[in-house]
Design a protein around this ligand. Structure first.
Ligand SMILES: CC(C)(COP(=O)(O)OP(=O)(O)OC[C@H]1O[C@@H](n2cnc3c(N)ncnc32)[C@H](O)[C@@H]1OP(=O)(O)O)[C@@H](O)C(=O)NCCC(=O)NCCS
Length: 162
């Protein structure tokens, strides 16, 4: 399996992957809209046996520091539980750090994202409609999270998600 930056030749396969992975096309639409809006900062595909078997997107966010939002991530049903999502997420974190990103937010299952270093505690100081135990932050580099960290905003495309 290889992990690489997506290009336009992957777009249809990425869309089909998200349509298959989620109960509705909302996440597939989100990915398309983030690209159209120019908010897709890091978008990686996992390729195995000549096909796209996984995808993750990191999009620009508004915050008091350089931040990205991790979402969505999806893996083909027949390739799950083999570390594909973990490989995509780890590569995305590496690239974000190399690009000077200071923190990555994710909204998800704490049991899963804890393994990458995300924590709800680190995100607790931020104001967001998504604030709560599922909103997590992975601080990168030397960023120390201030106690009053202000508001964060996901890219506008997220407002279409229910
Ligand atoms: C979630 C998903 C991306 C994981 O992909 P994967 O390649 O199987 O993940 P990995 O192999 O890296 O990790 C497997 C681990 O994730 C856990 N996991 C899988 N789906 C999970 C979920 N929805 N919530 C929490 N944990 C989950 C597994 O229990 C397993 O845990 P373990 O390592 O402690 O046994 C994949 O199941 C998927 O595409 N699901 C549908 C889309 C989705 O729910 N995306 C996440 C929200 S954006």
């Amino acid at each position: 399996m290889i992990i690489e930056a997506e290009d336009s030749s992957h777009h249809i396969a990425v869309r089909l992957l998200h349509v298959e992975a989620f109960p509705s096309p909302a996440e597939a639409d989100l990915v398309d809209q983030l690209r159209r809006d120019g908010d897709a900062s890091i978008s990686l595909v996992a390729i195995a046996e000549g096909r796209v078997v996984g995808h993750v997107m990191f999009s620009r966010m508004k915050a008091a520091f350089r931040a990205l939002g991790l979402a969505p991530v999806a893996v083909a049903v027949d390739k799950r539980m083999q570390g594909v999502a973990a490989a995509l997420i780890e590569e995305g974190i590496k690239r974000a750090k190399a690009d000077g990103c200071e923190g990555i937010f994710v909204l998800g299952d704490p049991d899963y994202y804890r393994r990458f270093g995300f924590s709800a505690g680190a995100a607790a100081a931020f104001e967001s409609p998504f604030a709560g135990p599922h909103l997590m932050l992975l601080p990168l580099g030397d960023m120390s999270v201030p106690s009053n960290a202000g508001q964060i905003e996901y890219a506008p495309a997220f407002s279409t998600l229910g």
